[in-house]
Each structure stands twice: as C-alpha cells, then as structure tokens.
Design a protein around this ligand. Structure first.
Ligand SMILES: Cc1ncc(COP(=O)(O)O)c(C=O)c1O
Length: 392
C-alpha cells in the first residue's frame, strides 16, 4: 500500500469522519476504571449524554456496536413469546426483526417497499385491532440508513396514543442521533437505541439505551434471559459513576469531546446544518437527472441520501471508480438494493466544502463510468449552498 496524499473522503452513512479533537481526546492514557479520575469522567458522561437524547432519564452506555443496543432494548423489557409490532422500512428494520425472532419474540411485521417510512395510520389500525393488548412493543427505525428515509416519530407516537394502546415504544436512532431532531422525553419514547459511529462523530464501539420510567416498570417484569445487557446491573454501578465491567475508557474520552463539540455548535444548529447539506445533496442528484430512493419528500433523511442508478447500470462500478480515482468511499446498496443504489452519507463532521468535494467526486465518477447522467449536479448544490450561506 502506498501513501495517498490528502484526506480520505469517508462519505458512507457511518462510521463517519472522526474530528481531530475527538481523535486527540481518545489518545490520552487509559486510566483505572475503578479509580477517582474515572469517576469524574463517568459522572460527566452519564449526565451529558442525556442531552443528545433530549431526556432527563438514565441512558445506559454499553461497549458494543449498535446491534447490542437493539438486543438490550428487547431483552430488558420483554418476555419469551411476547408480540412486537415492527415495520419493514429497510435493511436495518429487517435486521432488528431477525434479532427479535432469535430471542423468541413473535413479530407482527408490517411489510414495506423500502422507499417510505413508517405509516402511522397502519400502526394505529394494527393496534386498534389488537383488542387484548397482546402486542407489548412497537419497534421502529427513525432513520433507515439503508434507504435514506426518516420516519415521523411524533406521528407514530400519536398513532399509539390514538389507539389507546399500552405497548412500549422503541426507536432506533442509530443514524439520526446528533444529526436529526429527536426528543426521547417529549415524544414519550420508552427505549431509544443509539450508537457512537454516526452523528456522534466517534468510532464504532459504543451503544446506548435511553430508558423511560415505563420501560423500567416493564424491565422489572420481563423474563427474557439477560446478563451482559442487564440494565439493573449497569444502572446500579452508574450510581457511583462506574460500570459493572471494564468500560471502553478511550471511547468514553472521545464521547466527552464529541458531546462538547455538539454543545459548542448547538444541537439546533447541528440539525440545521444536516438539513441544509441534505437539501444540497438532493439538488445535486436532481441535477444529475438521477432518482432519489426515498419516495416521500416529507420523509427525506437529513443524514443520508440513497440514489438509484438508471436501470441496467451498476452502482458498485461507480463506488469502485470514485474510491480508486478520488479516495472517496460511498455507501453500498444493502440486501435487495445491492447494485441499484449508492448511498451518500452527509452526516457528522462535515462542512460545505467537504460535501461539495464528495459531490464533485460522484459527478466525475458518473462521467468516468459512463453511467447516463447530466453534469449539473455540483453546480446546483453550489448554487444552493452559496444562496443559503450565512453572511460572514
Ligand atoms: C439504523 C441502524 N440500526 C442498527 C445498525 C446496526 O448497528 P451496528 O452495525 O453498529 O451494530 C445500524 C448500522 O449501520 C443502523 O444504521
């Protein structure tokens, strides 16, 4: 392998680019995780991480990838054979379903076409039909990373309330946390699932459960086997700002710094930046004459755009070309979208010029691979970003 000058453009929808300040924070010496210095770090994090979930309640932090937080949400609140309502928004919703099935839960599956989000009316109808309240939880993915579709979580909450159904509400925010507005307490979510490697601008390796009071009540009665994921043992150790196992100390240093970055920029500003970059990206896609996978403009994701290549064309050829020529990584089409879409991650540590560099790489890649497309995408994005730019 030879040195490639300039920085790699990591524009997959996570892991995202890790800012210098976070990298430097993680390079500090590892400390005794049962000592007083760790206690100070632990307290700061356990309090501070609540802000990104917009909750005043506990957030459980695990040293694991997001898949662990999916499993933790289920095993801590449910019992074998419990029914859960899940919605096929894409690849990640499907993976969560598989985990539920492996845990011997009975999944009521609302099928979908992978181009739209959760339909609150369908959720409401299913819950109204469930007169005996056999469904114990509604589990949805806020931002489907495989499709670039963001579901309207407050509307799903209203659907559950309109049906007067007592099911727990669980939401996966793995690719929306820290990039798209999300409010655990205000939207009465019972378990929010999160992870470190996307909007939080950290490497993979941490995941989260934000937990409501109602979820804690369910936890006390739930009988699915749990050991490592058990909220009770983590929360008990957290009382003293420690963890019941060896925590991922250096990732926690990174989390402290990432939370500081988000605080300095301000969460509303972070969300506005993501929305603006997403709009610029969509204008570029339209400029190329290509189609956005998300079919409902009310559900466009602010963190990811999945783009369809024309029929008969191979999206992976484009991905390979931009990687080889421009050191740019784009997201692969997952599962049934393999080869037909490429995904642009525009989340995390990104500014106007890093987005434009990404879009320029794609526009050149389209030309190099002779995928039928027009050349005005970057110009359209520039025009938009220029017009919306703040005055210095
Ligand atoms: C929405 C969503 N949920 C869950 C996961 C699974 O997380 P992990 O791969 O960190 O285990 C991902 C991963 O990209 C995701 O995007």
């Amino acid at each position: 392998m030879s040195y490639k000058a300039g920085r790699h453009f990591l524009q997959i929808p996570g892991p995202t680019n890790v800012p210098e300040r976070v990298l430097r924070a993680m390079a500090q010496p590892t400390i005794d995780h049962r000592g007083p210095d760790f206690q100070i770090l632990g307290r700061e994090l356990l309090d501070g991480v609540r802000d990104v979930f917009r909750t005043k309640r506990p957030v459980v932090i695990y040293p694991a990838s997001g898949t662990g937080a999916w499993e933790a949400a289920l095993v801590n609140t449910l019992s074998p054979g419990d029914r859960v309502l899940m919605v096929e928004t894409g690849h990640f919703a499907t993976l969560w379903k598989h985990i539920a099935e492996k845990l011997s839960l009975a999944v009521d599956w609302i099928p979908g076409d992978w181009r739209q989000g959760v339909d609150p009316a369908v959720v409401e109808a299913r819950l109204i039909e469930d007169r005996t309240h056999a469904i114990k939880a509604v589990c949805v993915v806020h931002n489907e990373t495989s499709t670039g579709v963001a579901s309207r979580i407050p509307e799903v909450r209203h659907a559950i309330d309109n049906a007067q159904h007592p099911a727990l509400f669980m939401v996966d925010t793995i690719s929306s946390l820290g990039s798209i507005d999300y409010r655990h307490d205000e939207w009465s979510v019972d378990v929010t699932v999160g992870a470190s490697q996307k909007g939080l601008m950290l490497p993979p390796g941490l995941c989260f459960n934000a937990v409501s009071e109602k979820a804690m009540v369910a936890h006390a009665q739930a009988t699915l086997p749990r050991a490592f994921w058990d909220w009770s043992s983590v929360l008990a150790a957290n009382q003293e700002s420690f963890f019941p196992y060896t925590p991922a100390t250096n990732l926690l240093y990174g989390l402290r710094e990432a939370l500081a970055l988000l605080r300095e920029e301000g969460l509303p500003e972070v969300f506005a930046r993501h929305a603006r970059h997403a709009e610029a990206t969509r204008r570029a896609v339209r400029g190329w004459g290509l189609e956005i996978l998300c079919s409902n403009p009310d559900e466009y994701s602010a963190s990811i755009t999945a783009v369809l290549v024309p029929p008969g064309q191979d999206a992976d050829r484009l991905r390979a070309a931009v990687l080889n020529r421009f050191d740019l990584s784009l997201g692969v089409g997952l599962a049934k979208l393999a080869g037909t879409v490429f995904r642009i991650g525009h989340l995390g540590d990104l500014n106007d010029l890093s987005l434009l560099g990404t879009l320029a790489g794609i526009e050149m890649g389209l030309a190099l691979t002779a995928i039928p497309a027009q050349s005005g995408g970057v110009a359209a994005a520039m025009h938009y970003l220029q017009g919306c730019a703040r005055e210095p």
